[in-house]
Write a protein that binds this ligand. Structure first.
Ligand SMILES: [Zn+2]
Length: 241
């Protein structure tokens, strides 16, 4: 039996924490500490899932103590189970067999929804304000919920504690209730923002300047972009349609 603690794989998020978080938001008092905790746990979990995936697919193992790449690749099979995996940076060591056992049966592989988790990591790095983080969580819950009707195994089980049935109940409750409504409205509002719509049509600063030049806006090269776009839209509101 492997000493699993030596691997410190990140655990799953508690269902109760997610429910409490949504309740706090629904009451208009978003629990920001709890939000931090939930998002931190999710992020650590997803990062570890990708580490396991790297090991599983490419044999690449990162030291679980200092993060350095271990020179010896992960080899499978009974006859390789005693092959040592040793970190040259800090001396942490295990064996191929122990490493394999440490993540097996823990829902650590992203499976068919790799892109979803990649997108989560990308969005996570951009979410700074509590509101943005709550939106991101709500997006993920929504994705999980959409998928829950069709799959026999829920991808939500990779990151949230509970059985399939418990998770279906949670996801249905969260996606169907008024909780998260504020997030959805905020999301809608930002999507409907004219500046944002304009930016989608003119995605580079050079293009924005081109439009400004056509409209003869003075001082355009010195204006902050948002201000410049506001001025453009004041003159030509149709450009945001
Ligand atoms: Zn190390």
């Amino acid at each position: 039996m492997a000493d699993s603690d030596k691997f410190h794989w990140a655990g799953k998020v508690s269902r109760r924490d997610i429910q409490r978080l949504y309740d706090s938001e629904a009451q208009g008092l978003l629990d920001e500490d709890l939000l931090e905790k939930v998002m931190y746990t999710l992020h650590a979990r997803v990062c570890d899932m990708f580490e396991v995936r790297e090991a599983q697919q490419h044999g690449k193992v990162k030291c679980r103590s200092c993060g350095a790449t271990v020179p010896q690749p992960l080899w499978y099979g009974g006859r390789n189970k005693d092959v040592p995996l040793r970190c040259e940076q800090c001396g942490w060591e295990t064996t191929c067999g122990e490493f394999f056992e440490s993540y097996t049966g823990k829902d650590m592989l992203p499976g068919s929804r790799r892109e979803l988790f990649e997108e989560f990591l990308e969005r996570f790095s951009l979410a700074r304000q509590p509101k943005e983080k709550m939106l991101l969580l709500d997006w993920l819950i929504h994705e999980f919920h959409v998928q829950s009707g069709v799959a026999s195994r829920l991808v939500a089980q990779n990151v949230i504690q509970g059985s399939r049935q418990q998770l279906i109940e949670l996801l249905t409750a969260l996606a169907g209730s008024d909780s998260g409504q504020a997030s959805k409205e905020a999301w809608q509002a930002t999507e409907d923002d004219p500046i944002r719509r304009f930016r989608r049509k003119y995605p580079s600063h050079a293009k924005v300047l081109e439009v400004a030049a056509r409209l003869g806006i003075r001082g355009r090269t010195k204006m902050p972009e948002n201000e410049l776009i506001s001025e453009i839209l004041r003159l030509k509101p149709k450009l945001a349609e």
